[in-house]
Design a protein around this ligand. Structure first.
Ligand code: GAL
Length: 317
């Protein structure tokens, strides 16, 4: 007998809706947990998908749509909190102009300054600008005030994530050196700038879509291969500290379609209950020729005895 999803369950890569019944528009997203509430931030993808001409890869894109936020207490019912960082129009010099690229937003809370700090990938339509942008707000749900963008320690920055450690230190992890090598930068105490302390990891391995978690004193970084919007195998790197030595492990995905990360690409890992090995792996199933129709795949992730496993299941956990 066919395994039917349980009543009220939400299927993976289905049309996930918010509590108003609208499609959730939060791609390449990240999750903040603050005072008992989850906040999901993501790229707003709307408008017509077009192929940027004269590129050496399939550079499909939509106008930059800004950043959205949804909130939930249970990771199931998602309330739309609105646009927390808007794109601007008719000013190509502005990082946030719709003609540019605003991707992979991640938010962390700075205890010392009381500010929510949002970092994101800012680029030009051909991805030649390769900057990391930063914005702040007094509230998780924004609006966020854009402070500008930079090349961390002078290096290009495309796919990125943030990681906040238990000791209050935070790190910006980004694909650099033309996507050949990943960099991990220690951020300043206010989280608004990279410090001079950074390391180069996964040298020449061409990894993207970083997502980092900690469990039992070890750090686990999941990345994708570098194949544009098309899915590819994930891999894991492990270290004893964010600026330490990283060693690679195999693809953590098991089961059908494990070789394409279940036809999706990593974006964030939520530590649900690390003591009981429980994490939530968040990924995007891109639809490259119709980007606003891209979907989400969320899977349970386990870390047991230093080994990461992501197993397929039909319903959203
Ligand atoms: C992917 C990347 C996405 C987006 C895309 C553009 O590899 O992970 O975030 O930048 O390339 O082609």
């Amino acid at each position: 007998m066919k395994n039917l999803p349980a009543k009220n369950s939400v299927e993976q890569a289905g049309a996930w809706k918010d509590t108003d019944g609208h499609f959730i528009n939060a791609h390449g997203g990240g999750m903040l947990f603050h005072k008992g509430m989850y906040y999901w931030f993501g790229e707003i993808k709307k408008g017509k998908t077009w192929l940027v001409p004269d590129q050496s890869w399939e550079c499909y894109r939509v106008p930059a749509g800004g950043i959205s936020c949804y909130s939930s207490k249970d990771l199931k019912a998602w309330k739309y909190e609105g646009v927390v960082l808007s794109a601007t129009t008719n000013n190509r010099r502005s990082d946030l102009d719709t003609s540019n690229v605003i991707e992979r937003p991640k938010v962390i809370y700075n205890q010392k300054t009381g500010q929510f700090v949002l970092w994101m990938h800012i680029d030009h339509k051909d991805y030649s600008y390769a900057h990391a942008g930063v914005a702040v707000s007094d509230k998780p749900t924004g609006p966020y005030r854009y402070l500008g963008s930079l090349k961390p320690n002078g290096h290009d920055s495309r796919d990125m994530t943030l990681f906040q450690d238990d000791d209050g230190k935070a790190y910006l992890v980004h694909s650099s050196e033309n996507n050949n090598t990943m960099h991990i930068n220690l951020l300043s105490d206010d989280y608004l700038k990279p410090t001079r302390q950074y390391i180069r990891i996964l040298e020449g391995k061409r990894r993207e879509a970083p997502a980092l978690v900690k469990q039992a004193g070890k750090y686990y970084l999941i990345t994708s291969d570098c194949t544009g919007w098309s899915p590819n195998p994930a891999s894991v790197a492990v270290a004893d500290s964010p600026l330490g030595t990283w060693t690679t492990q195999a693809n953590p995905c098991v089961g059908p379609n494990a070789a394409t990360t279940f036809q999706s690409q990593s974006t964030y890992i939520v530590p649900i209950d690390p003591k009981r090995d429980k994490f939530l792996f968040m990924a995007d199933r891109w639809n490259k020729t119709n980007l606003p129709d891209s979907r989400y795949v969320w899977l349970p992730m386990e870390i047991k005895a230093g080994k990461v496993t992501i197993q397929w299941q039909n319903e959203r956990p």
